[in-house]
Design a protein around this ligand. Sequence first.
Ligand code: ZN
Length: 502
Amino acid sequence: MDELAAARIRVFLNDPAARGDASPSPSEPPRETERPPWGFRIEGPAPPAAEYTPDTGEFLHWQLAAALDRGRRLWSARFPAAGTWVAGPVLPAVPIAGEDLNAYYDRRALRFFRGRNPETGSFVHSGESPDVAAHEQGHAVLDAVRPDLWDAPHFEVAAFHEAFGDLASIGIAFEETEIIRAVLEETGGALDQSNLVSRVAEELGAAARARFGPGVALPEALRDAVNTFLYAEPSRLPASAPADELSAEPHSFCRVFTGACWDLLVTRYLAAGGGRGSAAQDGAALAGSARQVGRLVAAATEKAPVGAPFFSLLAATMAREAAGDAETRDATFSVFDRRGFPRAELPAAEAPPTDDVVRAAAGPSLHPEVLGEIEALLGRVRPEDLLTRASSRGRALRGRRKRDLRLSGREYGPADGAAVELSDSFELAPRRDGFLTAAAVHPAGRAEEEDAMAWVRFLARMDRIAPEGDPAGSLELFRLKISHRVVREGDGVRRVRRVWIV
Ligand SMILES: [Zn+2]
């Protein structure tokens, strides 16, 4: 065995604040991280693999690489045919992009920061937390799988980006037997109790509370998937609220969806024989149910049409995906019903597998007959407004017709007179003769228009929109907490576009 093969690193498998007095565990260093799928590169010089001390640059490098590598394995399994970022085949990750208690993704890179906890006096590196690393990587994965969500002007779409990030950190945690054991020990097998996996970003949350006050994070963590929040229409919620209340802000509002997914995990765990006191059986039940829920969320992520009631559309898609297993389907409906989500109607049943037909249709231009089918359902469309994507399993073709919604009024701030893009979603299904037909349509209606207008008013009220012509780059806008900008595009229309997501 050569020296390199023998070299080990040490990493935290879960958030550093959950470590207590425990030291990081020895681990194999990730290798060839730039290879697809989901390749990544840690910016800066790579120190040789060795067992470094936490809070050093060398430790941070390997800690971040190990967490992103766990994410890479998870997403390769969840989205088997995907794996290319919006930025290209390799996503850069910057371990220390500056001083802050935060991290963000801007379609070009993941950026992590360091900031001091004023109470303890010590530095907190956001990239040292697998929770934070997986959350940011989750944003980038979701953007790759569903690029249409990036600019979608809806509260629940923005909140789903956050829920997906938290579910990503929960997902990588439950791939580790050591963590499963620790969760079962902490909860005594009662998974509806808050625990080290349901609590997200403990260390960052503690530093944020110490610096900004108790309203910005829960006492134990930044967020917790074990919660009792009930659904309310986000446009009717306050724009901001203390951490123990629900607001329209995506990081707050996401918790009602993450919470419902956790509820589903608990029901599946119990159904699989978990919680009866046998460590081996509980462990197997937890690992299996975490994967089951993760697969349902991934499938719904890929397939749900975009719309204002996005959480309900996702829930209905998850239930449809579970249809072969009536118990899981009913449990899915029931956990979302209990949280107060309205039920959404999905337009049509999933099309059967038709790999060849779909690949042929996924080319640069749609067959005129297919275009005719879409027009029969949506009315006249310009081909350049149609965006299609084949599913990562290569079995269906979905797409959207984008259309501008113009905003007018001072309440839109810098977006007054600009447009946002709404989407009419459609799904193409095969016919017996091999042609595709437009089978399912979810058009953007009045609800989507009103939600989009409320969303931009929310952004304007929170001073999150940069005016047209503002030359600031993403890092500068991030420092100013400005997440969107007005951009004049090639066709002369000014549109509101997202710059970064935390
Ligand atoms: Zn986020």
